[in-house]
Design a protein around this ligand. Structure first.
Ligand code: CA
Length: 149
């Protein structure tokens, strides 16, 4: 298992590698808005753990293990983003999925994935659900923010 921070690096390297032929340290620094030394530090660790091969300040190439885990991380993130869209959460979806992905266990994410497939196959259920949400909102129901004065 990788730390949440290394997972985010690997996720971004994989995401970048499926859209571009060449992945450079500077590309990843730009994507994640971090400094080159931090990327180099992460790259070194990913290299030690056999997720990628690299030449300093040059191209990054994922190993088979790196591609496999990278795909998992990208898929996990998109499942959670899709989930937040489907339940019509009024949150910052990217930021929320980013936080959830490191804390939810695989069984929970698989359960969410099943729910998404179910809703996709049963659009009428999703419509009913959204109407239900709308009704509750109109009636002023739902969790009250206990921190709000
Ligand atoms: Ca991430």
């Amino acid at each position: 298992m990788l730390s949440p921070s290394l997972e985010d690096y690997l996720e971004e390297i994989y995401r970048f590698s499926i859209q571009n032929n060449v992945v450079r340290v500077s590309d990843i620094a730009d994507c994640l808005n971090v400094t080159l030394p931090s990327v180099n530090n992460a790259i070194r660790k990913l290299h030690q753990k056999n997720y990628l091969v690299y030449k300093k300040y040059r191209d990054l190439v994922l190993t088979e293990k790196g591609r496999k885990v990278g795909k998992f991380l990208v898929d996990r993130n998109s499942i959670l983003q899709k989930f937040l869209q489907e339940i019509d959460s009024q949150c910052d979806i990217e930021a929320e999925a980013e936080a959830m992905e490191h804390y939810l266990t695989l069984p929970t994410i698989r359960a969410i994935e099943n729910l998404l497939h179910f809703l996709e196959d049963n659009q009428e259920c999703r419509e009913k659900f959204l109407q239900h949400c709308e009704q509750r909102k109109k009636m002023g129901l739902g969790l009250k923010d206990g921190y709000q004065e």
